[in-house]
Design a protein around this ligand. Sequence first.
Ligand SMILES: NC(=O)c1ccc[n+]([C@@H]2O[C@H](COP(=O)([O-])OP(=O)(O)OC[C@H]3O[C@@H](n4cnc5c(N)ncnc54)[C@H](OP(=O)(O)O)[C@@H]3O)[C@@H](O)[C@H]2O)c1
Length: 263
Amino acid sequence: MTQWLSQPTTIWLTGASSGIGDSLARALLADGHHLIATSRRRETLEALGQGPSGKVTVAPADTTSRDDLARIQDTLDRQHPVQMAILNAGTCEYLDVRRFDADIIENNVRTNLLGTAYSVETVLPALRAARDEGLPARLVIVSSSAWWFPFARAEGYGASKAGLTYFAESLRADLAAEGIGVTVVSPGFVKTPLTDQNDFPMPFLIEADDAAQRIVKGLRQGRNRIDFPKPFTVTLKLLRLLPRRWADALAARMARSEDGASS
Ligand SMILES: NC(=O)c1ccc[n+]([C@@H]2O[C@H](COP(=O)([O-])OP(=O)(O)OC[C@H]3O[C@@H](n4cnc5c(N)ncnc54)[C@H](OP(=O)(O)O)[C@@H]3O)[C@@H](O)[C@H]2O)c1
């Protein structure tokens, strides 16, 4: 098994300006890696580069824009060899089914699924160039474990992350012949600006720095799948073993109680 991150590596990280991405950036920089950091907010990325350690190349882009990403491609070429891409940029918009608005579905899918697919398109030539020189190369795709159970209001977010996980797993099969690995990260609840907006209980919530450490540890171990925290992901896996009728009844009951709590 390839030992990842055991020596300084050039890594493209999206969603580096906040939450899990910001914590990941700081952890990787502290370990001496070179980051090409992407998100829409340039000033936040520049602040990352002013820290005490590591090297940051600031590459702002909206990952839902292929024009923006075409500009990143030049940056990636100049920073050869890029051996890892951590595609973490994401959003979460909840649906209020009483005012059904398909824009919510579209926004989640555009950022989480299409934005990640555009990012893969952008970085694959760089990863292939690394492979051509006999270097290891890996895509790391930050999905979620939320879609493992039909949570209320998560139609758009869950669909985008279910699609993203399938996309990543299928990509792993196709890229295996080229020796490019694909890791899927499936976090439970992590305290970030994204979840600070949630008005419902978040069981087994962990800090963003903790999430970053778990991701780095999983990558060092060469894992294809990184799921955490275990009490949350194991509970979801057990729920998936329930007879469908029971799972549906439980999901509907949770949706009703959440509706009552938020109205
Ligand atoms: N927090 C959780 O509980 C949790 C659980 C499971 C999975 N996740 C996943 O983890 C990832 C990070 O989430 P987080 O909780 O750390 O959220 P966050 O604090 O809101 O960070 C999201 C990051 O994505 C960037 N981003 C969003 N849309 C973008 C776009 N169109 N183009 C470029 N960058 C964009 C944001 O930067 P700008 O605003 O500067 O563009 C920010 O850096 C997401 O994929 C999320 O779905 C989070």
